[in-house]
Design a protein around this ligand. Structure first.
Ligand code: CA
Length: 224
C-alpha cells in the first residue's frame, strides 16, 4: 500500500510513518498544504491521511481540490478539532473518515483498512474506459479526473455505452434501451443525446471516445 501523510507536526508525522512502514507500506510525508496537494494529485496513493491545520493551505482546501480532481481518492482527515461541525464539514467535503487527535496508531490503521474496503468502489461498481470513469455507487462520472455534469438520461446513455464498450450500438437499440421507445427512423432523439454527451465527454479531450458509424450507430472505444 502507498500512503501519503500530509502533516506538519513532526512528532505525529514520525509516529504515523513508522507505524505504516513497520507494516510494510510505503509512506510519503508532505509538511504543508501545497506539497501535500501536489503529491496527492501526482503520486497515485492508496490512501491520503490529511491533517486539517496545515501551513500555507489548510486541509479543507487540500481535500476539496483532491476530490475535485480525483473523486475516487480515499482520504482520512486528522484533526485536533473535535467539534461535530468540523467532522460534518470534513465528511461533506468528501473525506472517507475523520480521526481526532490524539489517536492510537492501531485505530488509524483500522480506519484506513475500513476506508479501503469501502472505496475505491468494488470493480462491479466502477466502469472505466481509458481516462473515463463511472462510479455507479456514487452515481457520478469523470473524465481525466474532472467530474462530468450529466443529465439523468445522459448518465444512462453513458453507462450503457460503457457497459457495451467496443460494440457497435445501433440507434434502434439505444432508443429501445435508453428511451424505451421504438426507433422510427425519423426521430433524432438518439443523435441529439449523443451530441450533447459528446460535448461533455469528448470535447475537453484530445482523445475522442464516442465514434459515429455513419448510417449505423455509435461505438464507444479508445482508439490509438
Ligand atoms: Ca497541523
Amino acid at each position: 500500500m502507498k500512503v501519503l501523510l500530509v502533516e506538519d507536526e513532526p512528532k505525529t508525522a514520525v509516529f504515523v510513518k513508522r507505524g505504516f512502514t513497520e507494516e510494510g507500506h510505503v509512506v510519503d510525508v508532505a509538511l504543508d498544504g501545497p506539497d501535500g496537494l501536489h503529491l496527492a494529485l501526482t503520486g497515485c496513493y492508496d490512501i491520503v491521511i490529511l491533517d486539517v491545520m496545515l501551513p500555507k493551505l489548510d486541509g479543507w482546501s487540500v481535500l476539496a481540490q483532491i476530490k475535485l480532481r480525483l473523486p475516487l481518492q480515499p482520504v482520512i482527515l486528522l484533526s485536533a478539532l473535535d467539534a461535530v461541525q468540523h467532522r460534518v464539514k470534513g465528511l461533506d467535503l468528501g473525506a472517507d473518515d475523520y480521526l481526532v487527535k490524539p489517536f492510537a496508531f492501531s485505530e488509524l490503521h483500522a480506519r484506513v483498512r475500513n476506508a479501503l474496503r469501502r472505496g475505491p468502489p468494488r470493480e462491479a461498481d466502477l466502469l472505466r474506459l481509458a481516462d473515463l470513469d463511472m462510479d455507479l455507487a456514487r452515481h457520478r462520472a469523470s473524465r481525466a479526473g474532472q467530474l462530468l455534469d450529466l443529465a439523468p438520461q445522459e448518465y444512462r446513455l453513458l453507462e450503457y455505452l460503457l457497459r457495451h464498450a467496443g460494440e457497435v450500438l445501433t440507434r434502434t437499440r439505444l432508443a429501445e434501451q435508453i428511451w424505451d421507445i421504438n426507433f422510427d427512423g425519423d426521430s433524432n432523439v438518439v443523435d441529439v443525446a449523443v451530441r450533447r454527451l459528446r460535448r461533455k465527454v469528448d470535447d475537453p479531450s484530445e482523445h475522442k471516445l464516442i465514434h459515429t458509424l455513419r448510417g449505423v450507430g455509435y461505438v464507444l472505444e479508445a482508439r490509438p
